[in-house]
Design a protein around this ligand. Structure first.
Ligand code: ZN
Length: 506
């Protein structure tokens, strides 16, 4: 077989056929080469495309995580996008970027900005984080009143302040305020922890206030039941009235003659004091000189009333145009009706009113100085109600010479006589006793007779009667008639009248 084939191949062909055959072979070879080249080319291009891996690349301008201040404008720095590949590199023209920003600068928080680029069916996405934060501390503003100075006494009085935060708003209520010596510290934190602290130096008024004493640093006051300070005021350099802060120490015994010291002071919180001192001399009240009447005079005096017979007595006195003196007590209130108003009537009809004490109770009024004073003044108040004035006239229950007071308080009569005289009161005893009380007289006749006999011995007569005794009151008309007929005038006592003092025995 093999042989056959070789013989056949060596078999010569006609010339034309041979040429055509050679050409066809050559053409075929060329075609094959071309096909191989094409395949190679395709493979190479595909390989290049795969290796290049063309895609969109986004690059952020600025940091990946940005911080924005709350409340302020935030400007996004943006990004760039290009098509790019491993083999052929970045294309020249950028790809358009779509930016989506969720940033709210008015609200603290973490936000995202999204960048998207699309080209040739490819998409790329990139993100930036934006942190909206508050890093601005609040602002504290201190108010100041022009010319204000802290007081020496009451210290600094806050002039006011405000704290405003860019995010939290008004934080004035949250300010922590402390005062240490001459400085006030204010601090406040906002909700993000930003803190502000400011301070204020306190400026004080220059010095302590002056205490100015009305009436002077040494005064003389007449003895009295009560002492009333003439007054004072304390003003500091800023013009603040600090009078209400003044404290007074020391005591004046207003009815006891002597020299007293009163200290006025204001103490501030630091324990510093502003002081003033006053000397008070308690001196006797000016004494009214006794004037003896030139005419023969009878001073009828009626003790222990008013009572049921006082009106009748006033009628008789009025008929004769005679004036008398009533040493009154609170006994008028002890009857089935109250005769207190007779005090007012007697006063209005020109008679003198004197105190005889409210209770006329020896044990009570002579128990002590204060007991007497209280009882005396209680009666004075009634007299004031009745007459519109206080009286300076009085008669001791039992008279100044009484010895019964020894049972209650030794020496009280001389001390009371002294106190009362120093205070300007004038006490009266009597030099004619009608005998209507202890004297044993029980009839108008005896009373009138006693008075007439007594008066014959003196020019100036202070007659003791009691308008609480009907027979004594009934004797008055004959006394008036007898006196008038014998050249006497009937007068009311006053501060200059003869006291007819008996002499003190206790
Ligand atoms: Zn009496």
């Amino acid at each position: 077989m093999k042989e056959k084939k070789t013989k056949a191949a060596k078999k010569p062909l006609p010339g034309k056929d041979r040429e055509e055959k050679k050409l066809a072979i050559k053409r075929k070879k060329t075609q094959i080469v071309l096909a191989v080249l094409l395949v190679y080319l395709v493979v190479m291009v595909a390989a290049a495309i795969i290796i290049d891996d063309r895609h969109i690349e986004i690059t952020l301008i600025g940091p990946d995580v940005d911080i924005a201040e709350v409340g302020e404008t935030y400007v996004d720095l943006g990004a760039q996008a290009f098509l790019t590949g491993n083999l052929f590199g970045k294309s020249v023209n950028p790809v358009e970027i779509k930016t989506e920003s969720g940033v709210d600068v008015d609200e603290i928080g973490d936000y995202t900005v999204k960048y998207t680029a699309e080209a040739f069916g490819k998409t790329a996405v990139s993100y930036r984080q934006v942190l909206v934060r508050d890093t601005t501390p609040p602002v504290i503003t201190l108010n100041h009143e022009e010319g204000y100075l802290a007081s020496w006494l009451v210290g600094y009085s806050e002039e006011g302040f405000t704290a405003i935060d860019n995010y939290d708003g008004d934080l004035t209520d949250k300010v922590v305020r402390t005062e240490v010596e001459d400085t006030v510290y204010y601090s406040v934190k906002d909700s993000s922890g930003n803190e502000t602290a400011v301070e204020r130096k306190i400026e004080y008024g220059v010095s302590e206030p002056m205490i100015r004493l009305e009436g002077g640093e040494e005064i003389n006051v007449g003895a009295a039941f009560t002492f009333t300070d003439p007054g004072y005021e304390a003003i500091d350099e800023s013009g603040n009235d600090l009078t209400a802060y003044v404290k007074v120490t020391g005591e004046v015994i207003p009815y006891e003659l002597g020299t007293y010291t009163l200290d006025y002071y204001i103490m501030n919180e630091q324990g510093e004091t502003a002081t003033a001192r006053r000397i008070v001399n308690v001196v006797p009240q000016a004494k009214v000189e006794t004037v003896m009447p030139e005419r023969k005079t009878i001073y009828l005096t009626f003790d222990d009333g008013p009572g049921p017979y006082t009106a009748q007595l006033l009628d008789v006195l009025a008929r004769y145009g005679a004036k008398a003196t009533f040493f009154v007590t609170g006994n008028g209130q002890n009857y089935d009706r109250d005769y207190t108003d007779m005090i007012g009537r007697a006063f209005r009809e020109g008679h003198a009113i004197g105190v005889h004490t409210l209770t006329h109770d020896y044990a009570a009024v002579y128990a002590s100085r204060d007991a007497f004073f209280n009882d005396f003044n209680a009666m004075e108040d009634i007299i004031f109600e009745q007459t519109g004035q206080y009286t300076k006239l009085f008669r001791f229950p039992g008279g100044s010479s009484n010895t019964i007071s020894r049972n209650y308080c030794y020496g009280i009569m001389s001390s009371l006589a002294n106190y009362m005289t120093n205070m300007g009161y004038v006490y009266f005893d009597w030099n004619v006793d009608s005998g209507d009380a202890l004297g044993g007289a029980r009839s108008s006749y005896t009373v009138a007779n006693n008075v007439a006999e007594g008066c014959l011995e003196n020019t100036v007569n202070v007659v003791l009667q009691h308008d609480t005794k009907d027979f004594s009151v009934a004797a008055v008309e004959s006394i008036l008639r007898w006196g008038t007929n014998n050249g006497y005038v009937f007068e009311a006592l006053d501060e200059s009248s003869y006291g007819a003092h008996h002499g003190i025995n206790n």
